[in-house]
Design a protein around this ligand. Structure first.
Ligand code: DNO
Length: 347
């Protein structure tokens, strides 16, 4: 397991100097943020970023994410050109030593929450998803930090309608086409493609979401028989639905060698299926982080792992979910569990 940390580039208040001081941190997970979705990333920008990261003693072997243009997901417009651009990005990143690319196939909206700073009883605050509030949200009148902000409200409305029209099967068809095009390139470059599950793992705003359950992940992996076609297994996304057994998924897909990147954090599932993002500690949420890491260890996991969203604690402000303190605590907690498991195993 290689412990990593998400870094949003030169503008991130959580600097490389801070990240390198977290014990056991091997590298950062990042992206070229200045290029619109679908375009080719300049090789100089990739190389420059790598140089900056390496100069701080950190690796840049994981990219999160190379975004998939909506035309690809909808199978329309400039879809084929965007797929060619995507292949070129894989080649360029491989040239810079990148080993794993995280991406998602969520229509329009990446992760969705009803509030980004819900006060918790201990005085910290966290991202939450309260079903009742999400049901009242109008996605054309708002934006969340993970969403592509380049669309106008009208364009968003149009996209939502287009996804409703193609439905789940249309989305599957477009995903299959994309995978069949890009995986041969990834295999040639020896880059592991790691799809991120939909967060939350159910349809929102009346549009389909498909990377949601074990059954659907099985269907996804069956699209292409190559180890480079794999997963970012995110406990914070899959784990917020009671119908998913995240630890069982680690065992199953880990044994198949298809998990290339692990996002691990805890989540507190509420009675009505809403959820709150809690501290990483097992006791703080509904997931057993020890059992999760034990499953990774037992499958001989050699991929990358990162703490996922953290709460805002100790008065920190910043990008929701991506402050320094709680994520650093998460990394340290998980490194501690990993050390204990591996030492017990060697006795
Ligand atoms: C949330 C993240 C996601 C993830 C993308 C991957 O914080 O895990 O935004 O980066 O879905 O493409």
């Amino acid at each position: 397991m290689k412990m990593t940390f998400r870094w949003y580039g030169a503008d991130d208040p959580v600097t490389l100097d801070k990240i390198r001081q977290i014990p056991g941190m091997t590298g950062v997970v990042t992206a070229v943020y200045s290029v619109p979705a679908g375009e080719v990333w300049p090789q100089e920008a990739i190389d420059e970023m790598k140089k900056e990261v390496n100069a701080k003693g950190l690796e840049m072997e994981v990219i999160e994410s190379v975004p998939v243009h909506e035309d690809i997901k909808l199978g329309r417009g400039n879809c084929e050109q965007y797929i060619e651009n995507y292949k070129e990005n894989i080649r360029r990143l491989a040239k810079a030593g990148v080993k794993c690319i995280c991406y998602n196939f969520m229509p329009v909206f990446d992760w969705t929450r009803s509030r980004l700073d819900q006060p918790l009883p201990d005085g910290s605050n966290a991202l939450v998803y309260y079903k009742e509030d999400v049901d009242k949200m109008d996605p054309t009148k708002m934006s969340l930090p993970g969403w592509d902000a380049s669309y106008t409200p009208d364009e968003i409305g149009g996209l939502v309608e287009s996804y409703k029209e193609i439905g789940e099967e249309g989305l599957w068809k477009n995903l299959e086409h994309f995978i069949k095009e890009i995986i041969p390139v990834a295999a040639e470059c020896d880059v592991n493609m790691a799809i991120h599950p939909d967060d939350p793992p159910w349809p929102i705003f009346g549009i389909p979401r498909i990377i949601t359950t074990e059954e659907n992940i099985d269907r996804f992996l069956a699209l292409y028989d190559d180890v480079h076609h794999g997963l970012t297994l995110c406990s914070g996304s899959l784990g917020c639905a009671k119908f998913n057994d995240y630890t069982a998924m680690v065992k199953k897909y880990g044994a198949m060698g298809r998990i290339h990147f692990a996002h691990v954090r805890n989540i507190k599932i509420l009675d009505d299926g809403s959820f709150e993002e809690s501290a990483h500690l097992s006791d703080c949420g509904s997931l057993d982080v020890y059992e999760i890491l034990k499953a990774y260890y037992d499958t001989g996991f050699k991929g990358y792992l990162r703490p996922d969203h953290g709460r805002m604690i100790w008065g920190e402000t910043g990008k929701p979910g991506y402050g320094l303190f709680d994520r650093a605590l998460g990394a340290t907690y998980m490194n501690g569990i990993w050390e204990a498991i591996s030492k017990a195993d060697k006795k």
